[in-house]
Ligand binder design. Sequence first.
Ligand code: SF4
Ligand code: SF4
Length: 216
Amino acid sequence: MSWFSDLLGPFEGFAVTLRQIGKGRRVTRKYPEEKRQKPERFHGRHVLNRYDNGMEKCIGCELCAGVCPAECIYVRGADNPPDDPVSPGERFGFVYEINMLRCIFCAMCVEACPTQAITMTHLFEFSVTDRDDAIYTKDELLVEPDGTPNHPQPDNPLIDLGELREGDGWLRATSPAGRREYEGVVAWTPSARTGTPAAELGQSAERDEDAEDSDG
Ligand code: SF4
Ligand code: SF4
């Protein structure tokens, strides 16, 4: 009787469509005027952060480049000038580039960074018409000393840098070291004026119960 169910198949599909007509629940949005709220752990474009005193957090260690599975980060470290250091410590990130065409937004660079210099944001609108523009340089990744984010297309109406300014310039893919006992603990120091990150939520059952309670 498979020929009979094959015959019915399209009509079952139409029935689903007809059941939805008139329900009035609109699932589409008028993007870009209307934007969907992104999930808390959304992996968007990266930023390079500074300390509150304006110093760069990147120490040029290249751990992010080493861990990147797509090999899309290029870092070169240099010795800090003793009379005008760029970062605390001996070295700083002299060259920093991410090829966004290769990036798979896995956040392993964020996890690997020992100084919380590289973080990801909720910003995802960074389409380009020239492949070279997809390589974000340090000038575009590094926030200004006052925390103002940069972008290679500042005049692009789709680019909303306000999303970076509103405190979501932080991302942690998992709880620290993946351990449940760290859930609820704010693990990271505040970034350069992109706000204090929320406590780690983790992925345990307790976390889910807490989340349900807080949702009311
Ligand atoms: S998010 Fe993943 S793929 Fe992208 S730069 Fe970081 S480590 Fe590489
Ligand atoms: S961003 Fe972090 S991991 Fe990458 S070079 Fe700078 S300090 Fe090292």
